[in-house]
Design a protein around this ligand. Sequence first.
Ligand code: HAM
Length: 425
Amino acid sequence: MSKQFQNPKGTRDVLPEEQHYWRRIESVFERLADVYGYEKLTLPIFEETVLFQRGVGEGTDIVEKEMYTFEDKGGHSLTLRPEFTAGAVRAYVQNGMASRTNPVKLWSAGPAFRYERPQAGRYRQFTQFNAEAFGEIDPALDFEIMSLAWQAYEELRFKNLGFQINSIGCPECRPGYLDRLKAYYKDRVHDICGDCRSRLDRNPLRLLDCKNPQCQPVIASAPATTQHLCAECNEHFETLRGYLDDRKRPYMINPRLVRGLDYYTKTVFEVWAEGIGAQNAVCGGGRYDGLVEMLGGKPTPGIGFAAGLERIVLTMQAQGVKPEPVPPPKVYLLPQSETGKRCAVGLLADLRRSRIESLIGFGGRSFKALMREANNRGVRIVLILGEDEVHQGICQVKDMETGAQRSVPLADAISSVRNILDGKS
Ligand code: HAM
């Protein structure tokens, strides 16, 4: 026997029986994107490697350990996108979108790739819904982007939702904070892991992100970013908190929340939900007021978030949230002879043109076998097309719900189907 293949580690097949979750989630996000005034942006799945090195940051886990980087046949270094923000900024700058009416609000969705250690809710290929807004510094926009995420989870009927928020300052106040953080860590250099020792000089903010148990006591007493904000960052954060308070959105200020990407300034946030253990951030985002300029554009503020759709599916399942199943097909055409098949093929095309979900029984199987298939498919109506019926210009219409069966002229078959589906007969 030849080799049976397995999907690569950290990827998954989404089988038809899970698709109704995906359909529901995608439709909630896409509808809300319209409601909030975000336009769709479709991006390439791979970009120049250097875009992510610069955008996401050299000292991040993503760039250091997790990128799927390859050389193409032309010798160019390319990387499968580990996230959408860098690509969205590249597209914004390259396509001169700064000249559009501000703020420019965009959304994208699709797969992203990170070479992480797979576990529940963490994959190497995962799917993000991503929203970005460029060109506005107003904290009301921070609130808007957080509200878009929040409303999506509410509409998906998530329980025990909460925001974790923090402000990590700007080029004005961050250096002072980092000096304090480094000084604090220098006294505790023997208590921290090897990775953190190297982070101390290269990328000290990442110290607060370390998951190593050894470093947790040091992180717990580290100086908080929020206590070292400049007046502008402080006012921005306070105004945002005011909006959250007014709308009674539950949030916790988490002074350790720095997020795993280097581009953030001021607001960072995550939405947490109960249900998937340690992986309970279902979405994360924040401001990146320096990124557009860093990637070759004019100085332009930006803010966005990304939601991981696999984690949403897992959380919905853990919380017992059941979306509407995808409706089964409505009609099954059951031909009983070659003449019947020929007529059925034509009728099937007409039914589908009328947008009625319809199937046909293939092959020369017995009536019993075809009826069994119709039953298994869960159709409401079976149209039986036998040799004699077709010669007489009729078919049998069987309502599988009531068991009623009657002869109907072929010309009236579709209206008869409609009447049953509309509950008129
Ligand atoms: P992130 O926190 O790295 O942010 O990812 C956002 C969300 O993607 C996470 O909350 C999680 O739900 C999901 N996610 C991330 N990695 C995995 C994984 N390995 N497996 C499954 N799900 C995962 C960003 O990606 C930023 N670009 C968000 C952003 C947009 N910030 C500003 N604009």
